[in-house]
Write a protein that binds this ligand. Structure first.
Ligand code: SF4
Ligand code: SF4
Length: 100
């Protein structure tokens, strides 16, 4: 997919006809995880693969891995902790980020 370039002040000549949105899901190009202060860590031993973290994550940052387990895409996770709160077996811990 061609990378969407955002011009914050486009001229009328640059706007698409009828100001249509040219591409859906453009937020994919904006890594929103960089202001996170806590990160979720999934304990794969405890995880029952119920998928509730995937359902509740407001940022779509929970990914289903090839082996059927769940993991976090830290490029987009904002560290809100909803997944840890909703996990019925408490398999997700929120761990403080450390600056390197
Ligand atoms: S909510 Fe918890 S148990 Fe369910 S898939 Fe997510 S980490 Fe696993
Ligand atoms: S901490 Fe929030 S944003 Fe990050 S994976 Fe969990 S629910 Fe999604």
């Amino acid at each position: 997919m061609e990378k969407f370039k955002l011009n914050p002040k486009p001229t009328w000549k640059e706007l698409p006809i009828a100001s249509m949105i040219p591409q859906p899901a453009t937020s994919r190009f904006y890594k929103t995880g960089d202001w996170r202060s806590f990160r979720p860590v999934v304990d794969k031993e405890k995880c029952t693969r119920c998928g509730l973290c995937w359902v509740y994550c407001p940022d779509g940052a929970i990914r289903i891995v090839e082996d059927g387990s769940y993991d976090v895409d830290l490029d987009y996770c904002k560290g809100c902790g909803i997944c840890a709160e909703e996990c019925p077996v408490k398999a997700i811990s929120m761990v403080e980020e450390v600056e390197e």
